[in-house]
Design a protein around this ligand. Sequence first.
Ligand code: ADP
Ligand code: MG
Length: 352
Amino acid sequence: MSRIHLRELGHSYADGVYALKPTDLVFEHGKTYALLGPSGCGKTTMLNIISGLLQPSEGRVFFDEQDMTVVPTVKRNIAQVFQFPVVYQSKTVFENLAFPLQCRSWERSRITPRVNEIADMLGLTSRLGRPARDLTVDEKQLISLGRGLVRDDVAAILMDEPLTVIDPQMKFELRRRIKQAHTYARVTVIYVTHDQNEAMSFADEILVMKDGLVVQRGTPEALFERPANTYVGNFIGSPGMNFLSLKRSGDSLSLAGKIISGLPIALPEGDITLGVRPEHISFTDASDSNGFAAIIESIEDHGSVRILDVLIGDVRARMKLARETTVPPAASALTVRFNRFCFYANEQLIED
Ligand code: ADP
Ligand code: MG
């Protein structure tokens, strides 16, 4: 129902420093988005501007063609879920879910089936008669979500780190319910998190933020395969991307004395680094023409995977290997290859 367009939008709080640097962003109708970035990068500021809890110091907020910048929150048809559940503790679950409809003067005969439908979708049917205070925190978070969804005019669901207070075991279940709610309501969802796994597993598109600016937006796959800058390369992935300094002589670049082939056509001046994911380095035969001589420095066992530090010449890189891969002991000499990689100059991806 609504495409959200932030036009030349920026925000500074009283201190005059931009919490959100002026930018233009569009959220298409019906898609799921994650705003991902470390604490303090401006995620909550952006969300609160979309919901109307905060007035931007510059720029406009449009829902479709309608300018919403000064429209109050209650008139924006936004469902918002915060870190901590917002429920009426002494009211029953039914009453909590019915409340937004009573406020909109729905008739009782319409309220009951609607509340039942939402409770069923969220798995809260057996709890409807209980006071909210008897419920677990993840169930309360579902009530918060339900209170937003129960209205039939919701333009978007905005969630600000909704799993923060949830037990790790329950996070998976709650995330599944949130996804289900999205499929059910077919609205735009903007989900704020500092956790890349939450963002990756939830969103069609991720907006990675740094210091009040979106530094890359794209599918989880795009962020993983072709980070637009070294910041995203580091932030996404565990461990992050390796950035290996290359040595330049004339038109060629080399690593550990070996010329690198497959360079982009137009190489900028200055220092070039090769970005390679730990997942994309593998062992190979000494005879492999794309191989690099390496020495294993250390091996960390993470259960399902092992993370290795290897030295390629005097450059250190991390490899991530599946449990099944046979790993020689530390200090072993071997040959590694890069199966996929990108090039960077001044911390920015060099496009082919
Ligand atoms: P995030 O949600 O990504 O952690 P925020 O949007 O809360 O980031 O904050 C962005 C920046 O704005 C931070 O530097 C924060 O200190 C500052 N900030 C947030 N809220 C206020 C406020 N009410 N007054 C002044 N500065 C604020
Ligand atoms: Mg925040």
